[in-house]
Ligand binder design. Sequence first.
Ligand SMILES: Cc1cc2nc3c(=O)[nH]c(=O)nc-3n(C[C@H](O)[C@H](O)[C@H](O)COP(=O)(O)O)c2cc1C
Length: 321
Amino acid sequence: MFNTRVTRMLGIKYPIVGGTMASISNADFTAAISEAGGIGVMNSIMYQTRDDFAAALDRVKKLTDRPFAVNLNFFPAQFPVSQSEYTEIMGQKGVRVVETSGHTTPPPELCRRFKELGMTWIHKCAGPRYAVKAESLGADMVTVVGYENGGAVGQLEMGTLVMVPTTAGRLKVPLIGGGGVVDGRSMLAVLALGAEGVIMGTRLLVTQESPLHPTLKQALLAATELDTKVIMRTVGAHRVWVNGAARKCAEIEAAGANFEEVLNLVSGENSRRTYYEGELDRGIVPCSQGIGQVHDVPTLKQLFEGMIRQASEIVAGLAGS
Ligand SMILES: Cc1cc2nc3c(=O)[nH]c(=O)nc-3n(C[C@H](O)[C@H](O)[C@H](O)COP(=O)(O)O)c2cc1C
């Protein structure tokens, strides 16, 4: 039933993309998402040297025969390895799917290089006009995420219910939609709005395979739809879980903190302490409003199968009504 251009072009069982997550989407988690029938998207900037990055790609390939993708990030930041170097390594390792995300589309020469290397290129953005631009540069698929989503929310502040159909109506290439997808209901809704696949980030944090510290998983399980907040408007607005670091960030931004002060607070190192040491208030945790509907810690396989089952039951119920 959920056989779409996205599942066919990517060669995956379910139309589910495991959204890349900095410091979280390592080789093992990426492979686990692909093994469960979706497509994992490994986060490249977690790998600070060419050798580490190459070794991570080898590890994904060792753990799964199934398709996986690699994210290249175009948020303004300093990267230890350039995107073109990452791309060449991906080419050498036979990576078939590249996802780009960030404030801008990649430079045209890199877009051409993806094609020369035979990669399927997915660009992720937060607005219909950026999606159209990516298509014009040759993207094979585009992902859009609405304002509910965990992580970067974009400047348009457009919710998923408007973002997805507006974008779908403007594209010829397949669209992947997300922002608040946590179960079969929200997956089906996004597909009904014109997407041919969904992207999920936040929901995957609270799964058996997620590498997060158990204390953080428990805290996220207890979170409600009111426990997220958009912060970092000065450096690129992000929706995050409301903890000590998020409150502090909102406070210093309101007081006129400069770029460096905000960046220091939201540094990856602080987030890693929260993710892996369970220091709940230390760093920011990107998080969707959908977190309020997360009540269990399934395996990825249980999660995806349950979503497909729930969505199928809804379709059958609606058809019979
Ligand atoms: C903890 C976390 C970290 C994320 N880090 C990144 C990132 O580094 N790069 C990126 O493009 N998107 C990042 N995202 C966004 C996800 O890839 C995905 O687009 C988003 O989570 C989908 O919305 P949802 O959270 O409502 O499911 C992150 C999301 C979360 C929850």
